[in-house]
Design a protein around this ligand. Sequence first.
Ligand code: ADP
Length: 163
Amino acid sequence: MSNDTRVAFYPGSFDPITNGHVNIVQRGLKIFDRVIIALAQNADKSALFSLEERQAMIREVFQDQPEVEVVVFTGLMVKAAESAGAPVVLRGLRGVTDFEYEFQLATMNKRLLPELETVFLMTERDNFHVSSKLVREVASLGGDVSGLVPALVDRALKRRFGA
Ligand code: ADP
């Protein structure tokens, strides 16, 4: 890998990956040569899909794009980004609630590792209301989320909830 490869680290829970996440990755690739999707191994969050399942789904979504990588990380995000060789963190913004949290997080991360920059991409209109949490809730109640997640995620949700 040449030194001028621009790498972005995109951390989150991705439980499961939604079209909103996919959109941020695809648009991120207009700015960066590689995007590393980084699954946070977060003990106190009860997840619907295991880390392995989430990782497998993300791999499948981006199977034709070697420039998208998936990793799992524990501990401090800034440390994980640094050891992955990424000088930039990529995050998505939906609305003011995201903004407040993301602003706090970016400020804290800047404190922890000043050379790490955070780049935000605003959600596109169709994904404004899409969140993993809402997708999980609606799918668990038998609602249709097929337009909000990749097809293979929709199938996994249907299997999980016996639909
Ligand atoms: P978290 O556990 O931080 O909520 P998520 O997996 O939900 O992690 O999201 C990871 C990142 O993707 C966050 O920056 C979040 O704002 C962004 N994101 C999630 N859904 C969307 C969406 N629909 N449009 C744009 N950004 C999104």
